[in-house]
Write a protein that binds this ligand. Structure first.
Ligand SMILES: O=C(O)CCC(=O)C(=O)O
Ligand SMILES: [Fe+2]
Ligand SMILES: [Mn+2]
Length: 236
């Protein structure tokens, strides 16, 4: 679990003034991940990771500016009876500006191993302020063992609940500019959801939901990477 890096929001004298408070916070543990119990927190230490301030403000603006025209052409979708996501529009993006490619490369280095291949289409999801994502586990048909998401514009709370033992849970505080990574057990054994505004609590603290854009990179489903062909080569 990586904590800290509130630095980009603070500068100069302000930073000096609050640094005492910050270090107190750091001593009391990581402020971005809460859990049902210490055992779950410790078990998922490296499998449910939040990196606040992964993006600089300039990088966040670069991504938002690039995505906005493409998203604006679509309408928000609501209340499909079985839909996991409500109040959203989305796109999958293949071509990126050089600046955004550099950001996505940093995500790749931070979240994926050298032996992992990423889906070439990056998933972009725009949740309106009342939008939310119900608990689900990403399909193993379309996604491998790692999911990494950047959050833009609004903070939100992602909740992870064990699919067999629902008393085991984690809450991730996803501030704008943060990166989250779900891998291994956190990706396969826990559902994840983005809480609607009324339920958007990180512990006692209400995290008011505005419009949130997420940029999500996924590894290829297992067995589909290069060198691991989907089908065995023909016998002759
Ligand atoms: O918006 C996010 O960060 C997560 C989206 C999600 O869970 C999904 O598309 O499967
Ligand atoms: Fe998901
Ligand atoms: Mn859906």
């Amino acid at each position: 679990m990586v904590c800290g890096n509130m630095g980009r929001l603070l500068s100069g004298r302000l930073k000096m003034a609050v640094s005492g408070r910050l270090s107190m916070r750091m001593l009391s543990g990581c402020s971005w991940v809460r859990g049902s119990d210490p055992a779950v927190l410790s078990r998922l230490r490296d499998e449910a990771v939040v990196r606040p301030g992964f993006l600089s403000q300039a990088e966040e603006d670069t991504l938002t500016r690039e995505l906005e025209p493409q998203l604006r052409r679509r309408r928000y979708e609501y209340d499909h009876w079985d839909a996991a996501i409500h109040g959203f529009r989305e796109t999958e993006k293949f071509r990126w500006s050089d600046a955004s490619q550099a950001i996505l490369h940093r995500v790749q280095e931070a979240a994926f191993g050298p032996d992992q291949t990423l889906l070439s289409l990056v998933h972009v999801l725009d949740l309106e302020p009342r939008g939310y994502i119900k608990p689900h586990v990403d399909s193993v048909k379309f996604c491998g063992s790692t999911i990494a998401g950047l959050s833009l514009l609004s903070p939100s709370v992602m909740k992870l609940v064990h699919t067999q033992e629902p008393e085991q849970w984690l809450e991730l505080l996803l501030e704008p500019g943060s990166l989250y990574i779900l891998r291994g057990s956190a990706r396969y054994d826990f559902s994840h959801e983005i809480l609607r505004d009324e339920e958007s609590f990180f512990g006692e603290r209400h995290v008011p939901r505005g419009r949130r854009i997420s940029v999500i990179c996924r590894s290829l489903p297992e067995g589909m990477g290069p060198g691991r062909p989907e089908k065995p080569p023909p016998a002759s």
